[in-house]
Design a protein around this ligand. Structure first.
Ligand code: ATP
Ligand code: MG
Length: 676
């Protein structure tokens, strides 16, 4: 090995080193949070490159695009060959599926590949409901989101629609036939318009893998397949991985079944050990030591950890560290203020904002906190659970690209049409049908069918979009789309001035693409990046705080973690309270959250919560601490109580960080009342 690599490997513990130096037999690394699984995978990539393996022959599958690029740059540093590492194909299952499917579009009988994201799926099913008279009050179908969810579970678990409804949505059983019919229309319409949803991408990839010719070529293409976070793959993904490596040669997967948090999307726990059984010559490596957190943090995590007790995490770090804080707050506003206070206190003590994160079960939980952070001038960036409002303008611009690239893209037409004043939903559906059938060639029919008040605007949009097509140079195409949507968005969004920078960011990024179609599809696949990488991500030299859903925090770590709203009904989510499988998943989610912390962990428990998370004037009702903070967990935590603090008026907005005016008081007596 090169000197650079030997140095990098010198820090590994014996079990990690064994996994890194393992040969080409199937390898499964099953180990707890923070034990260095991702580091081992990175080490293997570095070792392969160092041994002269052609980078294109390594396939690296990760959970987010960010994770893939982070691993590749680390591997580059380890083996000292940055260029080689950047050539490794890597990313999410969906992103890789998209590349493979686009390459084999003809073989699959597709003219071109247009990927629709989960929101488009809902729009399309809505369209079909209206078309087939399934949106009225006579037939009481579940919401379109639920129907989309049923569709996805059907695909991801290879279970018939009726069985899924029986198992998971029994209250909708009477409408099972209508739902199944609607989903048949949905499939037919996707085929007709050349649209693929995210599940279709995986189905198509799997079909290619099991095709005799294409499959053989795909198997020959990669010698090494490495998968991170394997506990969260679903059956389709398992089939793809196993289909690519039928004898397990060159396959490495790492994961932690205790962190499986995607059962709702069809993942099932136990995949790691299943794989060990599937390959009789598989090697199973377990890592024991946790290199991330202090022991007091791990003590709490071990207490919350579901499943086998013997897999307790033990800290490798010598420092003892403080016990996790259990911070009792009065209500959601108090929680927001207290979090801001404690973030600033940590900041003053030397923990920069970028080393801190606020984690939450659901994106909407941070409504009050976001306002508080803005008022205090604390810069932050939110990952995961990005709401409709935050991305809709970005998606509007993307929709304009999409109708130019694929005029049959009915959902994108629908989206653009509803952005016109005076075009209602029903009208937008009709017009979208006309335009999807004939593209801008039928512009005059569409204009004629539009309400009188909308005609001038629509005619102008269509003439701008009609001036370009797939053959137009990308920058020119982007400019035409921008010209078409700008006036619509300006009139549609009252806060356009706040959105325009993001639209600029996307337009600039798009204009620089060699292949706009791939860019557009990738935005549908990895939506976090729409807002994340292109537009909102602050410059690296700026200091900013992370707000994230727990799902999006997977695999990441921060010096200080603030876990908000540890209440029953929030975490576990009230939707999970009725099923034991749902509860178990919430418990693993809680475990994932706790194990993100390196040095300090604050868990916030308001004693009152608004009945509706994002309504600022909503009534507050009493809230209980999360059931996961059990009797045995509490002695492992330091009680902090702020409930007795008087309300201080919110400071005036300003750019400078404002230190906490009152330090949180510690009072354990009132705190106990919370659990009474
Ligand atoms: P998760 O389950 O959360 O994804 P993981 O098992 O993938 O965790 P890593 O992210 O690879 O764990 O490692 C956790 C932290 O420990 C990282 O900061 C990593 O750099 C560090 N680490 C891993 N192995 C070692 C080691 N041998 N010596 C020092 N630090 C290490
Ligand atoms: Mg990891």
């Amino acid at each position: 090995a090169s000197v650079a690599l030997s140095d990098a490997l010198a820090g590994l513990d014996p079990a990690q080193l064994e996994a890194v130096e393992h040969g080409d037999g199937p390898l499964v690394v099953a180990a707890g949070a923070g034990t260095g699984k991702t580091r081992v995978l990175t080490g293997r990539v570095a070792r392969l490159l160092d041994a002269g393996v052609v980078p294109e022959r390594i396939l690296l599958l990760t959970f987010t695009r960010r994770a893939a690029s982070a691993m590749l740059s680390r591997a580059a540093a380890m083996c000292g060959d940055a260029q080689a590492a950047q050539r490794i194909p890597g990313g999410t299952f969906h992103a890789v599926a998209h590349r493979i499917v686009a390459e084999h579009a003809q073989h699959l009988g597709l003219q071109d590949v247009t990927v629709i994201d989960p929101d488009d799926v809902v729009d399309l099913i809505d369209l079909l409901r209206a078309e087939h008279g399934l949106d009225g009050t006579e037939v009481r179908l579940p919401t379109t989101r639920t129907i989309a969810d049923i569709a996805s579970r059907t695909i991801n678990t290879a279970t018939p629609v009726r069985a899924i409804i029986e198992e998971q949505f029994p209250w909708a059983l009477e409408q099972a036939d209508q739902i199944a019919e609607l989903l048949r229309h949905y499939r037919a319409r996707k085929r007709e318009r050349g649209l693929l949803d995210l599940d279709d991408l995986l189905i198509a990839w799997r079909a290619l893998v099991s095709d005799p010719d294409v499959g053989a070529r795909l198997r020959a293409r990669w010698d090494w397949v490495l998968v991170d976070e394997y506990q969260d793959v679903n059956q389709l993904q398992v089939d793809i991985v196993r289909g690519l490596r039928p004898d397990g040669r060159g396959l490495t997967v790492v994961g932690d079944d205790a962190q499986a948090i995607y059962a709702f999307r069809g993942a099932s726990a136990g995949h790691l050990l299943e794989l060990v059984e599937a390959y009789p010559d598989a090697s199973l490596v377990r890592l024991e030591r946790n290199f991330r957190s202090t022991q007091p943090i791990l003590d709490l995590a071990n207490d919350v950890r579901p499943g086998e007790l013997k897999l307790r995490l033990v800290a490798d770090r010598p420092q003892q560290g403080a016990r996790p804080a259990l911070v009792a707050c009065r209500n959601a506003d108090d929680e927001a203020r207290t979090i801001a206070d404690r973030i600033l206190a940590a900041h003053v003590d030397g923990t920069p904002l970028r080393s801190q994160a606020v984690l939450m079960r659901t994106g909407s939980h941070s409504a009050q906190l976001e306002v508080e952070l803005k008022v205090r001038g604390i810069p932050f960036h939110k990952f995961g659970g990005i709401g409709y409002l935050e991305t809709s303008h970005v998606r509007d611009l993307l929709a304009s690209f999409r109708v130019v690239l694929n005029p049959a893209d009915e959902v994108s037409w629908y989206r653009l049409l509803t952005r016109h004043r005076a075009i209602g939903k029903a009208n937008a559906r009709t017009l979208a049908g006309i335009l999807a059938d004939g593209g801008v060639d039928r512009a005059s029919d569409a204009v004629a069918a539009a309400p009188a008040k909308a005609r001038t605007g629509l005619a102008s949009t269509l003439s701008l979009l009609g001036a370009v097509d797939v053959t137009t140079a990308v920058p020119e195409l982007v400019e035409a789309c921008r010209a078409a949507v700008d006036p619509l968005l300006r009139a549609h969004y009252p806060d356009w001035h706040r959105r325009v920078t993001e639209v600029d960011g996307i337009a600039q990024a798009a204009a620089a693409q060699p292949d706009l179609r791939t860019f557009v599809s990738e935005q549908a696949i990895d939506r976090v990046n729409v807002a994340g990488d292109w537009a909102k991500q602050p410059h690296l030299d700026e200091d900013w705080l992370t707000l994230s859903t727990i799902h999006s925090a997977k695999g990441l770590e921060w010096d200080a973690v603030h876990l908000m709203r540890a209440n029953d009904g929030a975490m576990p989510s009230d939707m999970a309270l009725t099923s034991s499988a749902g509860l178990a998943e919430e418990q693993r989610l809680f475990y994932v959250a706790l194990t993100r912390a390196r040095d300090t962990l604050d868990v916030y428990v308001p004693s009152q919560l608004p009945t509706h998370p994002t309504a600022f004037l909503a009534r507050h009702v009493a809230a209980k601490p999360s059931r996961f903070l059990s009797e045995s967990a509490r002695p492992l935590m330091e009680a902090v109580n702020t409930a007795a603090l008087t309300l201080a008026p919110a400071p005036a907005p300003g750019p400078a960080l404002k230190p906490a005016e009152t330090a949180p008081r510690v009072r354990t007596d009132a705190f106990d009342e919370l659990f009474a």
